[in-house]
Design a protein around this ligand. Structure first.
Ligand code: BES
Ligand code: MN
Ligand code: ZN
Length: 498
C-alpha cells in the first residue's frame, strides 16, 4: 500500500474513491465536514439528500456513486459521531470503518479526506500516523499457509492512498515514520501468527539474520554451548525438555553517535509454552505459540527504527527456546544458578518466562545501557488485572515509567502502571534457594515483575507485560503487533527527537 501527501480538492480529485467524514449531533442532525460540504456544493445538494441513509454509529459508511459535478466515481461517507466528542478512539474507529468499506468495494486507490478531521488536542501529524497505521492494520492478512488464497483474501487490495493535505516537512516525516512503524508491526504480527512448528528459536534467529542483512545491523547469536560457558542456568533449565536448540539473539542498530548509550530491548521468545512438567490444560493451548510476541516486538521495533533511520542506538536481546515436558525437562523443585549468581528454586515450570528473561537481563548489563525495557507475555494474572486494553507497566525508575506512559498515549498503544513495592518480594521466599520462581496467586503479575527486579538493580529498567495485548483470541484470533508502536515512540521521544 502506497501513501502520499498531496493537496487535492474533494470534488476534482481523480481517485477511485473519495472518503469524507460526516459528524452527527442529537439536536442538529448531520453536520458535514468541510470536504463533504464541498462535494455537496459541487453535486448541488445530492450528498445532503443521501445523508438520511448514513447511520450515526461511528465508522459506519454509505457509498454514493456517480454524483454530478464530482470527478471521482465513488464517494464514501463515513460517520464520525458527535464533533465535540471526536477523540483518538473515534478517529481510529472511523478509519477502521472506512478501511472495511474500501476492502469490500475492492477499491484500488482512495483519497482519504477523513484524515483532516480535527482530533481533540492532537496535531495533524498524529492524524497522518494513525490513518496510515489504521489502514495498514485493516488490510493486513496472514494467508501464506492457506492453499486457496483467493477465497480467503479480501475482495481487493488497496494499492494507493492519498492523504489530501498540503505537504509540509513534519507531515512527510510523520508519514515516513508511520510507514516504518507499520512495517515493523507487520513483522511482529507475522512472526506471532506463524505456527510453532515453523517459528522455532532457529527461525527467529534467521529472521534476525535477514534484518541484519537488509539494514546492515550488528548481529551475534549465542548457542547452547555459549550459554553453558556463561552460566545461564535459568535459560538452560527452560530449554531442557525441548528438541529445538535454544538461541540468544543480540541485534544491534546504531543510528546515533558511538558515545550515546543504547536502549536495550529484551523480548521473551518462548516459541511454544506447554508449561513443561507443570503442564498447561489443553484448552486454547495453541495460543501459546504467541508466547514469543515479546521477541517479535523487539525485532519489529528494530526494523521500524532502522527503516526510518532513527538517530538512536538500540540493542535487541532475545532469549528464545521452547518450554516442553520430557525426560530431560526441568522438574518442580529443581534449583538452578542464574547468570547473576543468584539461585532459584523452580517451583512451577510454567513460570518460565521470568527464567529466560532473568539471564537475558543480567546479560544486558554488558551493553552499558542507558535504559533497559523488557517485553513479555509473562502472566495470565496481568490479563485478569488489565484485560486486553492496557499493557502492564512496571519500572524501577518513575521518570522512565512516566516517559513510557506518555509514549503509549501518543502511539495509542497504552500501558497502565502497577506497583513494584518491596513488600511483594516476601511472596518469593524459598526454604532451599535464594528465592522461588513463583509467588502464589495474589498479585501474580506483580510478583513476576518483582522476580525480574532482582536482576535489574544495575540500571534503569521497565517491564511490559503484554499477555493481554499481544494477540486476540476467538474469531479474530491473531497477533496485534503490540507494543511495536509504543516501543518506537518511546525510543524516538527518549532520544529527545520529539
Ligand atoms: N506465557 C504464560 C503467560 C500467559 C498465560 C499469557 C495465558 C497469556 C495467556 C506464562 O509463561 C505462564 O504460564 N505464566 C503462569 C505463571 C504462573 C505459573 C505463576 C500463569 O500466568 O499462569
Ligand atoms: Mn508458562
Ligand atoms: Zn510463557
Amino acid at each position: 500500500m502506497e501513501f502520499s501527501i498531496t493537496a487535492l480538492s474533494p470534488e476534482a480529485a481523480k481517485a477511485g474513491c473519495v472518503v469524507v467524514g460526516v459528524h452527527s449531533d442529537k439536536e442538529q442532525g448531520k453536520e458535514l465536514t468541510p470536504p463533504a460540504r464541498r462535494i455537496d456544493q459541487a453535486a448541488r445538494g445530492a450528498l445532503r439528500k443521501a445523508l438520511a441513509d448514513l447511520p450515526a454509529k461511528i465508522g459506519t459508511t454509505l457509498l454514493l456513486r456517480g454524483l454530478p459535478g464530482v470527478a471521482a466515481e465513488r464517494v464514501l461517507l463515513v460517520s464520525l459521531g458527535v464533533r465535540k466528542d471526536f477523540g483518538p478512539t473515534q478517529f481510529r474507529d472511523a478509519v477502521r470503518g472506512a478501511a472495511a468499506a474500501l476492502r469490500e468495494l475492492g477499491a484500488k486507490d482512495a483519497a482519504l479526506f477523513l484524515v483532516e478531521a480535527k482530533v481533540a488536542s492532537r496535531p495533524l501529524t498524529w492524524n497522518v500516523r494513525h490513518a496510515v497505521l489504521g489502514l495498514r492494520d485493516a488490510f493486513y492478512r496472514f494467508d501464506q499457509l492457506k492453499t486457496q488464497k483467493k477465497a480467503a483474501a479480501p475482495a481487493g487490495a488497496l494499492e494507493r492512498v492519498v492523504l489530501p493535505l498540503s505537504a509540509k516537512p513534519p507531515l512527510s516525516q510523520a508519514l515516513a515514520e508511520a510507514r516504518a512503524i507499520a512495517d515493523g508491526t507487520d513483522l511482529a504480527k507475522t512472526l506471532g501468527n506463524l505456527p510453532p512448528n515453523i517459528c522455532t528459536p532457529t527461525y527467529l534467529a534467521d529472521a534476525a539474520k535477514k534484518l541484519a542483512r537488509q539494514f546492515k545491523l550488528g548481529l551475534s547469536i549465542l548457542e547452547r554451548a555459549d550459554m553453558q560457558k556463561l552460566g545461564m542456568g535459568a535459560l538452560l533449565a527452560v530449554t531442557n525438555g525441548s528438541h529445538q536448540p535454544p538461541k540468544l539473539i543480540v541485534l544491534r542498530y546504531n543510528g546515533a553517535a558511538k558515545t550515546v548509550k543504547p536502549l536495550v530491548l529484551v523480548g521473551k521468545g518462548i516459541t511454544f509454552d506447554t508449561g513443561g512438567i507443570s503442564l498447561k490444560p489443553a484448552g486454547e493451548m495453541d495460543e501459546m505459540k504467541f508466547d514469543m510476541s515479546g521477541a517479535g516486538s523487539v525485532l519489529g521495533a528494530i526494523r521500524a527504527l532502522a527503516g526510518m533511520k532513527a538517530r538512536v542506538n538500540v540493542v535487541g536481546v532475545i532469549p528464545t527456546c521452547e518450554n516442553m515436558p520430557g525426560g530431560q525437562a526441568t522438574r518442580p523443585g529443581d534449583i538452578v544458578t542464574t547468570l547473576s549468581g543468584q539461585t532459584v528454586e523452580i517451583l512451577n515450570t510454567d513460570a518460565e518466562g521470568r527464567l529466560i528473561l532473568c539471564d537475558a537481563l543480567a546479560y544486558a548489563a554488558r551493553f552499558d545501557p542507558d535504559v533497559v525495557v523488557d517485553i513479555a507475555t509473562l502472566t495470565g494474572a496481568c490479563v485478569i488485572a488489565l484485560g486486553h486494553v492496557a499493557t502492564g507497566l512496571f519500572a524501577n525508575d518513575q521518570k522512565l515509567a512516566d516517559e513510557i506512559r506518555a509514549a503509549g498515549e501518543d502511539a495509542f498503544d497504552r500501558v497502565w502502571q502497577l506497583p513494584l513495592w518491596e513488600e511483594y518480594q516476601e511472596q518469593l521466599r524459598s526454604n532451599f534457594a535464594d528465592f522461588a520462581n513463583i509467588g502464589g496467586r495474589p498479585g501474580g503479575a506483580i510478583t513476576a515483575a518483582s522476580f525480574l527486579a532482582r536482576f535489574t538493580r544495575k540500571y534503569r529498567w521497565a517491564h511490559l507485560d503484554i499477555a493481554g495485548t499481544a494477540w486476540k483470541s476467538g474469531r479474530e484470533k491473531g497477533s496485534t503487533g503490540r507494543p511495536v508502536p509504543l516501543l518506537v515512540h518511546f525510543a524516538l521521544r527518549h532520544a529527545g527527537r520529539k
